[in-house]
Design a protein around this ligand. Structure first.
Ligand code: PEP
Length: 248
């Protein structure tokens, strides 16, 4: 049985003052009915992790380097994330693929780095609007999945997030049928590659403008095991309502 996961991605948002939102979230959700994860910017990770210590809420990073240490100015290793209190790391987010030219090969190497450090990797895949319009969604998602997931992936070390790029931060959400088609496809691809038992253990998140108003219907779709939430994870009340919807 896959336990649902509500994962918040704060992106490049938040200073110490924003930890009040996390504090409120922790207080309001002492024993949520799903796993809960907050991925704050690296500058807040250690503080956030301390705040969540002994609670049901985990913390994670938003990226990591492939190497454990060295001359890579501005980068952060998976080991450093663990040292700061992370249990997960988001990898291959479309914003990193676009802003930093991350390829599937690079994401694959980062996933292996995350595993080396003992982190669970949340691997993001998703098509652009042009790719969807061209009818290439499944081809694009299949290629990203094949290229970004190393051998050895299983439900304990990987979560896959389907995030259509055109839905991220736009308020536009795919139909439930569109979400269902892609999530079923991802499950089938994982089954082909890793076998049914392993494939069934891997959680598949939907991401892209998930909010308190649509979370309940999105989570009702088969093969949706949670959400990767950007904007709506910044406010305790909104993210709390999503946690409640995923816990129902
Ligand atoms: C994201 O970027 O992972 C995301 C899902 O953002 P939003 O919820 O703001 O669309």
């Amino acid at each position: 049985m896959r336990r649902r996961l509500a994962a918040g991605n704060w992106k490049m948002n938040g200073t110490r003052a924003n930890l009040d939102e996390l504090r409120a979230l922790v207080q309001a959700h002492p024993s949520p009915g799903c796993d809960v994860l907050i991925c704050p910017p690296a500058t807040l990770l250690e503080r956030a992790a301390r705040l969540c210590e002994g609670t049901a809420i985990s913390c994670g990073g938003q990226d990591c380097h492939t190497e454990p240490k060295g001359a890579h100015t501005g980068d952060i290793s998976a080991e450093m994330l663990v040292d700061a209190g992370a249990e997960y790391v988001i990898l291959g987010h479309s914003e990193r693929r676009a802003d930093h030219g991350e390829t599937d090969d690079m994401v694959d190497a980062k996933v292996q780095a995350a595993w080396r450090a003992g982190l669970v990797a949340i691997v993001c895949v998703g098509e652009s609007e042009a790719q969807r319009d061209a009818g290439d969604t499944l081809k694009v998602v299949g290629a990203q999945l094949a290229g970004s997931l190393p051998e050895g992936a299983d439900g304990d070390n990987v979560v896959v997030a389907y995030e259509p790029i055109w839905a991220i931060g736009t308020g536009r959400v795919p139909t439930l049928g569109e979400i269902s088609e892609v999530h079923d496809f991802i499950r089938a691809e994982l089954t082909d590659r890793f076998g049914p038992e392993t494939a069934d253990s891997i959680r598949l998140l939907y991401g892209g403008s998930m909010n308190p108003g649509n979370a309940a219907e999105i989570i009702s779709v088969a093969n949706v095991d949670g959400g990767l939430v950007g904007g709506a994870s910044l406010k305790a009340a909104d993210f709390g309502a999503i946690i409640d919807a995923l816990s129902a």
